[in-house]
Design a protein around this ligand. Sequence first.
Ligand code: AHR
Length: 643
Amino acid sequence: GSSLFAQTKNFVVSVNKPVAPIPSTMWGVFFEDINFGADGGIYAELVKNRSFEFFRPLMGWKVDQKPVEEGCILIQNRAVKNTNNPRFARVTVSNRAKGSLSLTNEGFRGMGIKEGLRYDFSMLYKMISGNVKMYVELLNARKEVIGSAEILPEAANKEWKKLAVSFNASQTEEKGSMRILFEGNGVIDLDMLSLFPGDTWKNRPGGMRTDMVQMLSDMKPGFIRFPGGCIVEGFDLSQRYQWKKTVGPVEERQLLINRWNFEFQHRPAPDYFQTFGLGFFEYFQLCSDIGAEPLPILNCGMACQFNSGEVVPLDQLQPYIDDALDLIEFANGDVTTQWGKLRAEMGHPQPFNLKMLGVGNENWGPQYLERFKAFQKQLHAKYPNIKLVASSGTDPDGDRFSLLNTELRKLNVDFVDEHYYRPPQFFFSGINRYDNYPRNGSKVFAGEYASHTAGTTGPVKNSWLAALSEAAFLTGLERNAEVVQMASYAPLFAHYDGWQWAPDLIWVNNLNVIGSPSYYVQKLYSTNKGTTVIPIQLDNKIIAGQDSLYATAAIDAPSKEIIIKIVNALPRQQSVTLNFEGIKKLAGTAKYTILQSDDLNRVNTIANPGAISPKETDIRITGKKPAIPLQAYSFNVIRLKYF
Ligand code: AHR
């Protein structure tokens, strides 16, 4: 209303009328190695092109020598002996003094180095002849040494052997690099030159960046979708993601070009490859660490339909189906099975309890249906309890979507995966999307979504407007938890200096991690999930856009709390009265969390990471009809204990 004392709106919350259970998997995360999310991101390896397998074998490395000796660093290829990791560097050191021959690695857009932290260097080597001494140094942006150690390879070592040395850094630097110096007289072969920070997640050697994992852990995600994303499909089938190539010893995991290396002309990343240091074992382990259900998405025998669009002939689909069957064995199988044994050897004899599997990422058309059916038949026959996720293509509407959504439901698939990268208006006005979906049969996995204010390249990324529109839309998902049982924003991570696609949930540089406003929206939903949807109504109607208000309510049975989420998308304050029915009384204080900004264009930055972040307070409650003022452009979460 326009009056000075705008009327308070009466929201009726019927605590005693459960609508639907909210699954523990409701809010999860979508992980793909895009935007330097894995290599150069959460996978904490600091050396880029550590085994010289990039298209250009010395990409990321710089050779300095004085005097110059032709071929003194020579890339050799032992493809016959080692098809997975064929290249290594043969270094000929001819009576060199320290400083006359060195190899410097630039890292992934530099190396993030922290003062006082331990750094773990390692390499594989063979001493071909003579005796070579080496030094490893960390350099700051001005090329000053900020940490160093001696490396003493054994002169007699003729077989590939690992050598490791640790040392501390004396300075913090966002754009550091690593230099290796050679001294003496001899020939040495080198491979897997690696450097990890000492503070990896759970201190695992060769592990993940703790600050990035912590951001995920803080969200308490119900599941992790992995490894994508288009990366599953590959430009062509030869470049598809193959989980079997991502397990076992890290030096035997075959490198693959990252499909985001060349996908976008406007955001080229010629140095973007997948080492698979973060492979399927590490993924399952991460899920188990942070209490998320694994949700792998596997190739269905089709390459990216925006790229080559190759399909495997139906009579040659079996290896693809076998990959899916074997993955289940790798995750869950007894340690006496072929793949269960490998899991045990990698350090996890206990099963990972895989319960779900996706077949195909953004694949569509009759070709997809044919292939999906073949997977479904064999997967159901061998593993009837594994729930299957099927693709509905790239868009949440149109002919492709209709075909798949109709046919997949006839096949009674467990989950139909819907994707929407759309403008804020789609999210504000699409609030009723799931109200009329069938309550029985296939459920929805909102597997990739993000509100885009300016396409995938626009200048304003992850604005408050985008997040506010998502917060509004998600009321419609929670309200329909009977239909939508999993949801994940995409993509998850982006490196400020290495991204291909924006917006993204979490932004990083080599030293810092920040949550976007969308991150806080997802986190507030996930950490305030509740166990049962209950009705919240205005004039006997769901609250889905009246005066730009959006609301959903749930109870959390274990803690006996009512959880209310309300979005006010007007540029002014509105007041609501929460009228609780079906309870004896409310506790005298409630937890109130608000995410708010008057500026819809506002974003979080490294300099001001909390510009838009949740503010939590206790509020006093008297009676069963508390009045709550809702600030302009706000997302509000209220938790009330009831009796
Ligand atoms: O999230 C970025 C990309 O969007 C994913 O790889 C793909 O599935 C979708 O097209």
